[in-house]
Design a protein around this ligand. Structure first.
Ligand SMILES: Cc1ncc(COP(=O)(O)O)c(C=O)c1O
Length: 372
């Protein structure tokens, strides 16, 4: 069996799960690691504690490898929102963001602006369909703009933005800050085009909460003041009887040591994805999403997600005429998805089975009027 087949074999949940954009059921490899590491920490032996502690560097190095950046630029965080706080609270100037972004972008930018006494000004944009395209950003640009904060893949519509195009339009000096929660590990893209990338392990990496991470490029480290830097954000160990400056590396953007078991889970989630190959995972997901489009089309259900394979990832957002009826039909069939307002979001991973897609088809068939 190939490594990729081994990876697919780890998707051992019941069929019907299409909620990967909300939560990724924890993989068997990650579950096994939790027990092994808890046993090691239970012994209290220094050698056992060091074995678990080694996962910290392992996770940073693996995240850096998948991001295509140097491991000095990566820090581990309790969540991706914490990573965004470290980035946005240290910014100044005018920062572009869409009002339709996930609240960890909008709320954090607003709070950072409130605290900045006028030093940081959000420039809210409302692009058509909520898609933060290169054109939408170009329209909002002027000399005051110092940064853009954007989701790589939009949590609401599944729209995947064009990182290289955004970098081009921003130019080399403005910061490109990317929330990669809905893409990291399943979209093979040029993450190194961004100055800051935040993500986490509890959806597509299947490693549960507490597994955030963030990368800060040399330019980001120069321009973002590490205002939330704490006792662990320095070089040279515990700063007793001294008050050193924040580290020069991305380590500056941490408060204290992370949860060791969460770090271990993240390391295993990252390792599994690295071994399987992000490009192959992405290609497999594309096939699943193609099928979901076919199913939606067959049942006459409008879709908000772009059809272009380059502009989407693992999310398909349905906009049915009767969202409550669709939601009920999915639940009755045993499908797990996210209904929010008038839309139903389904999200497929590489291990999403044919049975799951058949269940989706069956569920949608029950709510469509004959003849449609
Ligand atoms: C695009 C996006 N960003 C951020 C988050 C929140 O991430 P965290 O819980 O790591 O702060 C989510 C959660 O669904 C999300 O979809």
């Amino acid at each position: 069996m190939s490594t990729f087949d081994d990876y697919l074999a780890t998707f051992d949940g019941d069929p019907g799960y299409l909620d990967w954009a909300a939560f990724g059921p924890i993989s068997p490899t990650v579950r096994a690691e939790v027990f092994a590491d808890a046993d090691l920490l239970g012994s209290g032996r220094p050698s056992s504690r060091s074995l678990v502690a080694e996962r910290l560097d392992e996770a940073r190095v693996l995240a850096a490898e998948l991001l295509g950046v140097d491991s000095e630029t990566v820090t581990l965080q309790p969540s991706s929102s914490h990573g965004l706080m470290h980035a946005l609270f240290g910014l100044s100037g005018t920062v572009i963001a869409s009002t339709a972004e996930f609240p960890s972008v909008t709320m954090t930018l607003e709070r950072a602006a409130q605290l900045s006494a006028g030093g940081l000004v959000p420039r809210w944009i409302m692009p058509e369909d909520g898609f933060v395209t290169v054109d939408a950003v170009a329209e909002a640009l002027d000399d005051d703009v110092t940064a853009l904060v954007v989701s790589h893949v939009d949590f609401r519509t599944g729209y995947r933005t064009d990182l290289a195009g955004l970098r081009d339009v921003l130019g080399p000096d403005r910061l490109l800050i990317v929330d990669a929660v809905q893409s990291f590990g399943v979209v093979d893209d040029d993450y190194a085009a961004a100055d800051v990338v935040v993500g986490h392990g509890y959806k597509w990496l299947r490693a549960a909460r507490g597994t955030g991470f963030a990368s800060f490029s040399a330019q980001a480290r120069e321009r973002i003041e590490p205002v939330l830097s704490g006792l662990a954000g320095v070089d040279g160990g515990l700063p007793i009887d001294e008050l050193p400056a924040p580290a020069a590396s991305a380590r500056a953007f941490i408060v204290n040591g992370p949860d060791q078991l969460a770090v271990a889970r993240l390391a295993i989630g990252l390792r599994d994805v690295r071994d399987a190959g992000v490009a192959e995972i992405e290609e497999t997901i594309r096939g699943r999403i193609d099928t979901i489009f076919e199913i939606a089309d067959r049942h006459g259900i409008p879709v908000l997600t772009p059809r272009d394979r380059e502009r989407r990832a693992g999310i398909v957002t349905l906009a049915p005429e009767a969202p409550a009826a669709v939601s009920a039909a999915l639940t009755n069939e045993g499908i797990v998805a996210t209904t929010r307002g008038t839309t139903v979001r389904v999200a497929a991973h590489a291990g999403t089975s044919d049975d799951t897609l058949r269940m989706l088809d069956d569920a949608l068939r029950t709510i469509v009027a004959p003849g449609v």
